[in-house]
Design a binder for this molecule. Structure first.
Ligand SMILES: [Zn+2]
Length: 187
């Protein structure tokens, strides 16, 4: 199977590259914050946080429990495949350390994870072991039964075409300064 980053694959298909932001519920305080274990929004991170706020009614950077930390682990990436590779049990491409002790960089255009049937690039290896055999395709993952990281996962995917213009606007601003006490932005 040919290797290529999601961005390159989109380019080949003649589609404009987009951005996805993932919100992985951290169970801060011991429970899910919505009915979903994962929320994926097709927008760059800043805009996705506004969409999240307008859709779910609370700040995704909220800290419900100061001992557990943030409600969500928030990341931005190029595709749903890339945002979910870890949770789907994909093998990771292992980078070898050179004589200088530093990891050899991946060749350009090569993903750091492997879908089923993909091989690591020449000179690199892939992680094995417990992740193997539990691999999920993106379609299986999005059905949301269970994942590598969430035994019962309902998954919400909000695509760009489904985001109304008024939902993209908002008064979202990043927190002014991160509180040093970890206890002041709950609720
Ligand atoms: Zn806690």
């Amino acid at each position: 199977m040919p290797l290529g980053t999601p961005k390159q694959k989109l380019k080949k298909q003649g589609k404009a590259p987009t951005k996805w932001t993932s919100f992985w519920d951290m169970h801060s305080g011991g429970s899910l914050k919505t009915e979903f274990a994962f929320i994926f929004i097709e927008a760059p991170e800043g805009e996705a946080k506004i969409v999240f706020y307008n859709r779910f009614g609370f700040n995704p950077e909220r800290i419900s429990c100061s001992c557990c930390g943030g409600d969500y682990s928030i990341d931005e990436g190029d595709s749903l495949e890339q945002m979910t590779w870890f949770h789907r049990g994909c093998r990771a491409v292992e980078q070898k350390r050179g004589e200088d002790g530093l990891c050899k960089p991946l060749p350009k255009g090569v993903n750091y994870y492997l879908e089923a049937g993909e091989d690591p690039p020449p000179g690199f290896t892939a992680s094995a072991g417990w992740r193997e055999g539990k691999y999920q395709t993106l379609a299986q993952f999005l059905k949301g039964t269970s994942t590598m990281t969430e035994p019962k996962a309902k998954i919400c995917v909000i695509r760009a075409k489904d985001i109304k213009a008024r939902i993209r606007r908002g008064c979202w601003k990043p927190p002014l300064a991160f509180p040093t006490t970890w206890s002041t932005i709950a609720g």
